[in-house]
Design a protein around this ligand. Structure first.
Ligand code: NIG
Ligand code: FE
Length: 413
């Protein structure tokens, strides 16, 4: 067997379901020292993995590395970001610290709409330049796949510019970018008082044009009193599904709009935020296989007190992902590992759940079946860590522990 690359001596966190995980790749494990493993790939796909002692004789590799004692995980996946935008909202954050609420600021024309004004005024080049450091920071923390939403343009040219910037970032940096159309994020000023007409415009004009340009991998919306109603989101989702696009939803963040059940009814990939999720929503998500995406940074920044129903989600077997929500309003943060830490500390996920949340379950939240786990045939997107135990990935804050990163089988320089 000939390989492009072979890594030896490492311990594998494979992120496989318990009934698939071989003992040498399982964590948490019953006890004993972790097994020295090896993993090899060809043409960007994993073609061999297992205990190092089982490596077949006569196996050759173009490049070979030995990193005894290091842990290897799938490349991390940030499945919910708004990282392409212009400007920032530090002034608004200060106002909130003095007592103004997120909703009050939004209703007075600030919030999302203030970032819309800055983003509309920026060219694609400027959007790329301002957003590139945020993406680079994610990658430096082990991310190899990132979702990027539109939603700060809210007009055809401005949404297209945001999504083109996202695509270009994916060409410039060594990371897979998945783009999500979030035209139904806020009502633009030119549609004030005409939210149904704006939804019609998204369905008739923006969504088809952006899809035709290859800029849309999924469709999202903000179902909220300061966003769009469940009925409006349902119309958008029906059109998206008819056009062959998967859907996901900002649901139950600030109030219960029955958004989780709505997105589940449309076969949604994920429902995100979920602080106000109820039992009916959980049951609907369980039935549809919709992933629950936890966004603890937004909870932290908004100083929320109502926790998402983690215990009930866990009991129902709903897969939980964890993401940064990187955005200028509620999550000015570009570290997926800090999001893991917050998911554990604030939401009481276990470190193991947090790691599944940025690997296997994050892939599912994006509808990607070729990554997020270490298994034969899957993408050789890998993160190698200087840690003694995988729990440290969620435990440590602000410590760079990435030892090496492989994107489609190629190591970072
Ligand atoms: O996920 N909730 C709506 N959207 C973003 C915030 C966007 C903003 O405030 O700019 C979120 O929290
Ligand atoms: Fe968001």
């Amino acid at each position: 067997m000939h390989l492009d690359g072979l890594l030896r001596g490492v311990h594998l966190f494979a992120a496989l379901p318990p009934d698939h995980a071989p003992v040498w790749a399982a964590w948490p494990r019953a006890g004993g020292a972790p097994v020295r493993c090896a993993i090899g790939w060809r043409a960007g796909r994993i073609t061999w993995l297992g205990p190092e002692r089982d490596l077949p004789a006569g196996l050759s590799a173009e490049r070979e590395w030995t990193h005894a004692g290091h842990w290897l995980t799938p490349g991390l996946i940030d499945c919910h970001t708004h990282l392409v935008y212009a400007g920032n909202r530090a002034a608004e954050w200060s106002q909130r610290l003095e007592g103004a609420s997120y909703e009050e600021i939004a209703r007075s024309g600030g919030g999302i709409l203030s970032t819309v004004r800055a983003t509309r005024a920026a060219s694609v080049d400027e959007l790329v330049a301002q957003s590139a450091p945020r993406l680079a920071a994610l990658c430096a923390d082990g991310v190899t796949t990132v979702e990027i939403k539109s939603g700060y343009g809210l007009s055809l040219p401005a949404e297209a510019a945001q999504l083109r910037a996202a695509r270009r970032l994916g060409e410039q940096q060594r990371v897979t970018v998945r783009t999500t159309f979030l035209g139904a994020h806020a009502l633009p000023p030119e549609y004030a008082g005409r939210s149904d007409a704006y939804i019609d415009h998204l369905i008739a004009d923006l969504m088809p044009a952006l899809q035709a340009e290859g800029l849309v991998d999924a469709v999202d919306a903000f179902c909220e009193t300061i966003g769009f109603s469940a009925a409006q989101v349902a119309r958008l989702f029906s059109a998206a599904r008819a056009a062959g696009l998967p859907v996901k939803l900002h649901a139950e963040q600030l109030s219960n709009q029955q958004g989780a059940a709505l997105v589940a009814r449309h076969g949604g990939l994920s429902a995100d935020h979920l602080e106000w999720l109820d039992e009916a929503g959980i049951a609907a998500m369980q039935g549809a296989g919709t992933v629950a995406v936890m966004l603890p940074a937004a909870f932290y920044v908004l100083r929320e007190t109502r926790l998402p129903p983690i215990t009930a989600l866990r009991a129902a077997g709903v897969p939980m992902a964890v993401a940064t929500d990187c955005n200028p309003g509620t999550a000015p943060m570009a570290s997926l590992r800090l999001a893991m830490n917050m998911a554990c500390t604030l939401f009481r996920l276990t470190p193991h759940e947090a790691l599944l949340g940025v690997t296997r379950h994050a892939a599912a939240a994006l509808g990607l079946v070729d990554r997020g786990q270490l298994a034969l045939g899957l993408c050789a997107d890998l993160a190698l860590w200087s840690i003694n135990h995988p729990a440290e990935l969620a435990y440590q804050m602000g410590q760079p522990q990435l030892h090496a990163r492989f994107f489609e089988g190629q190591p970072d320089a």
